[in-house]
Write a protein that binds this ligand. Structure first.
Ligand code: 4NP
Length: 165
């Protein structure tokens, strides 16, 4: 059985990447691909290791039926580049931080989340990055959720044919 393993990556692993993980888990479950698509998240920074996601991220996600409470922050490690098929970063700084430590042979595994938003569903005018909501207001967390939902739908659609081939 073909599988694909995905690690979502942001800076702190308490706002954007746990949100992407929670959304992806739910959508993959609904798509009946739970055994095929393996999901995790990590941060490039080390400030929030062992911590649950930010209260605002948990609350905003919870209102849409995604549960982030069990997740705990962790930092990306060298073995992750081997373990995962895709490392999907939230912004260009995360990509740069990953590339700085990634073995050259694994570099093609590093992608940006918004690459997976289907063109017809692009409400953000071709934005490349999921903006860090940490220092902003509640609306930033809603945008993160909207972008994660759109991109994760696109990602599942992109993966489905290769998983079921
Ligand atoms: P995240 O947001 O990268 O989406 O988890 C942040 C969380 C914490 C910090 C920065 C961004 N921080 O500076 O502690």
């Amino acid at each position: 059985m073909k599988t694909v393993s995905i690690c979502f990556v942001c800076l702190g692993n308490i706002c954007r990447s746990p949100t992407a993980e929670g959304v992806m888990r739910q959508l993959v479950d609904e798509a009946k691909l739970k055994e095929r698509i393996l999901i995790d998240s990590a941060g490039t920074g080390d400030w929030h290791i062992g911590q649950p996601p930010d209260r605002r991220a948990r609350q905003a996600a919870g209102q849409r039926g995604y549960k982030l409470d069990e997740l705990r922050g962790r930092q990306i490690e060298l073995a992750d580049f081997e373990r995962f098929d895709l490392l999907i970063a939230m912004d260009d700084k995360n990509v740069a931080a990953l590339r700085a430590v990634c073995p050259p042979a694994q570099r093609d595994k590093i992608r940006l989340l918004l690459e997976f938003v289907p063109e017809r569903d692009d409400r953000w005018n071709g934005a490349r990055e999921v903006v860090d909501p940490y220092f902003g207001g509640e609306s930033g967390f809603e945008q993160v959720l909207d972008q994660c939902e759109a991109a994760c739908r696109g990602l599942i659609a992109a993966l489905r044919p290769q998983l079921l081939a």
